[in-house]
Design a protein around this ligand. Sequence first.
Ligand code: KG4
Ligand code: ZN
Length: 343
Amino acid sequence: MNRHMRPVGDDTLVLGIETSCDETAAALVMGGYDVVSSAVSTQVDLHAQFGGVVPEIASRAHLDLLNPMVARAIVEAGVEPERIDAVACTVGPGLIGALLVGVSAAKALALTWDVPFIGVNHMEAHLYAAFLEDPTLQFPLVVMLVSGGHTMLIEMQDHGRYRLLGQTIDDAAGEAFDKVARFLGLEYPGGPAIDREAVHGDPEAIRFPRAMLHEGLDFSFSGLKTSVMNHVRKHPDVSTADVAASFQAAVVDVLVQKARRAAEQVGAKGLVLGGGVAANSLLRERFLSVCTEAGIQGFLPSRAMCTDNAAMIAAAGWHRLRSDGPTSLDAGAYPNMRLQFLP
Ligand code: KG4
Ligand code: ZN
């Protein structure tokens, strides 16, 4: 039995830990919504020379960086470790070696402090990121999660009650950004590089296909990627900035139109953007104008909250602790963990 026997409430302080990919992060969140401190260290520079995340390098970097991040989160919060009521950590999906670093540390801290351990699904945490900046968000809410591994439209009916409205049938949007950037010889990571390059290009220079634009709520980006490659091979002198801008416009067109359709279909009280691709400048701009046009309440979390961080892990952990109680210390790390959707 943990020393933490009080009901989960507004004064419950959760330490969140995130090590599923290439960000090492720790944060303290009070009552599920109030970010007391948040420390994130990105390993982007370590992986840049390889053009992608190298799992072994990520695991080793997490080992080096996690203790300093936890210490920073606690020092910035100005609290004694004894004040922490629970430790939440991403248990999946993600890279197995990377996940294990966080999970082992989180369990060790929970045992040492004699507080509950909470295993958190990384995707569920992305859903909670917006609540940290706007706790007044109302259900039903449609969240569009666009990251390097996922492109999903999810209806949040309530805490823990999710319905999958649509998803990519091939590449994730971020994956398409990364692959096209690499093909164009832009630097790693590809999404921000295309975002920067597109500023100098004409988004209407090349009319790339908008796959499945008028069909349902699923996405497909692999044809677009192939189309970019074919165009560049056929027109070797084409301006890279025009290709970047036209490709970005095609992705964003599909994303915003489907997000709007999803929100209208479920009569959502709000539409929220999440995941790394939500940092894209054009997507942010178009998302807000589409929401205004459609009379939907749109919410755009800050770029820091869209990308991987531990505050969202602590927030999702607080909700899980309240609904399901602590996670067993026997739990492992689950690289292919899925979100549980309503039928
Ligand atoms: O959510 P995230 O940080 O990590 C996971 O995939 O879980 O998302 C990373 C993805 C990468 O594919 C990256 O290229 C993309 O988000 N991304 C962007 C931008 N910033 C990050 N894509 C387009 N424009 C951006 N500004
Ligand atoms: Zn993520």
